[in-house]
Write a protein that binds this ligand. Structure first.
Ligand code: ADP
Ligand code: ASP
Ligand code: MG
Length: 405
């Protein structure tokens, strides 16, 4: 008998038929004698429409109220999933994140899990119940409802698997596993049988939304091996785990495209110590995640000033703009501009450590396809470039073909 944590994403619970399908799968697994904790997301499209509703009332809604609103999406699904299991005569009970003992910090809309007290979940499992937990949500010590960032149900599942010391953690989604690129954008993408935490983490942070990046970070930290697989068939999925020696033989594990990025440029920033620190501290305090940063060489030697560009997630653009504007009198820059017409294309692989010429090959393919590079950033196992949004998908396919054909 194993203790299994399964997570079903939005598409997998997107309508009553799909919820019945999930219930049937869960019932089968329980019949095999396993204890089951089932984490579910909001039905597909629900979180997006709740956000849209709020934004019709004001462009930058209060984040505490957003959490209150968004948590209802998952709360609907847990109850429906429990009801679908009851219809199959399977004992099941739904729990909100708070009821499952998930305690977070107070950073609304992007809260971090501080700890999980799984006593109640264990007790319910011992009673023979299937425990259905709302993904994406938790509660602060003070009782405020929080959410864990978009895609956060993955994190709920992995954190629960760690806290419960589960034997297996399975992430069920609408694709068979992790592919060399988003199979919806690249028809020739291939399913990977395994991938290291570090590669999965890079791919996830760089746009492969099949896993939430923070959930992969958590899995790595606590050594939670998990499998990504489809809720629609029985195909084997992709195992995400610690790096093994042979993984370095493959130079590029995957290619990703992030169309959800925007570029902010602070023009005419005085080039003196402390300016960048001031700007990025303010952004950090406002919980805006900054990714790539480029600072140009100073113009005019007399009173040197520079342009500072950085990328943020599109939903954070308005907030980033507001934060920078509020520094105008203190930092004395000339103006701020925002560009939403960008995308970030990345190649990832632990094999890059031991192979040379990878960047040259990537840039050459982009040049041959008439794609201009606006920004570049690299780590030991990835190369990312910012390019024009309209060219993103063509470039993604060309790069995938060059490295994976
Ligand atoms: P869920 O609702 O189950 O959490 P998501 O929509 O968040 O599912 O993630 C699954 C989607 O991720 C797939 O439908 C696929 O289009 C996309 N995706 C992006 N990159 C990849 C990749 N490298 N491998 C597999 N899927 C990917
Ligand atoms: N419902 C949330 C979202 O759409 C969380 C999740 O699906 O994982 O982002
Ligand atoms: Mg997801």
């Amino acid at each position: 008998m194993a203790l299994i944590v399964q997570k079903y994403g939005g598409t997998s619970v997107g309508n009553p038929e799909r919820i019945k399908n999930v219930a049937a799968r869960v019932a089968r697994c329980r019949q095999e004698g396993h204890k089951l904790v089932v984490v579910v997301s909001a039905m597909s499209g629900v979180t997006d429409s709740l956000i849209k509703l709020a934004k019709e009332l004001m462009p930058l809604p209060n984040e505490r109220e957003m959490d209150m609103l968004l948590a209802t999406g998952e709360q609907t699904t847990i109850a429906l999933t429990a009801i679908a299991l009851h219809a199959l005569n399977v004992p099941a009970i739904s729990l909100t994140g708070a009821q499952a003992g998930i305690v977070t910090d107070g950073v609304h809309t992007k809260a971090k899990i501080k700890n999980i007290t799984p006593k109640k979940v264990h007790a319910l499992l011992d009673e023979g119940q299937v425990v259905i937990v709302a993904g994406f949500q938790g509660q602060t010590m003070e009782g405020q409802i929080t959410t864990l960032g978009r895609g956060g149900s993955d994190l709920t599942a992995i954190a629960l698997a760690a806290a419960l010391k589960a034997d297996l953690c399975q992430i069920y989604t609408d694709v068979d596993g992790v592919y060399t690129a988003d199979p919806r954008l690249v028809p020739g993408a291939r399913k990977l049988s395994e991938i290291s935490y570090d590669e999965m983490l890079e791919l996830a942070s760089l746009g492969a939304k099949v896993m939430q990046s923070r959930s992969v970070e958590f899995a790595k930290k606590f050594g939670v091996v998990f499998e990504v697989r489809s809720s629609m068939n029985e195909n084997p999925g992709t195992l995400v785990k610690e790096e093994t020696r042979s993984m370095e033989d493959v130079v590029i594990r995957g290619v990703s495209l992030d169309k959800n990025q925007a570029k902010v440029t602070v023009v005419g920033v005085p080039d003196r110590p402390g300016t960048a620190a001031r700007i990025f501290k303010a952004l950090g305090d406002a919980a805006v995640n900054v990714d790539m940063i480029v600072q140009n060489v100073s113009h005019a030697a007399a009173s040197p000033c520079t342009d500072l560009s950085f990328t943020v997630d599109k939903p954070d653009l308005l907030k980033a703009h507001k934060v920078i504007d509020s520094l105008k009198s203190e930092v004395a820059f000339r103006e701020v501009t925002a560009d939403e017409n960008i995308s970030k294309l990345s190649i990832v692989g632990v094999g890059m450590r031991s192979h040379s010429g990878v960047a040259a090959k990537m840039f050459d393919v982009l040049a041959k396809n008439g794609v201009n590079i606006e920004m570049i950033s690299t780590s030991e196992i990835k190369i990312s470039v910012v390019i024009e949004l309209a060219k993103g998908e063509t470039a993604l396919r060309a790069i995938h073909e060059a490295f994976h054909a």
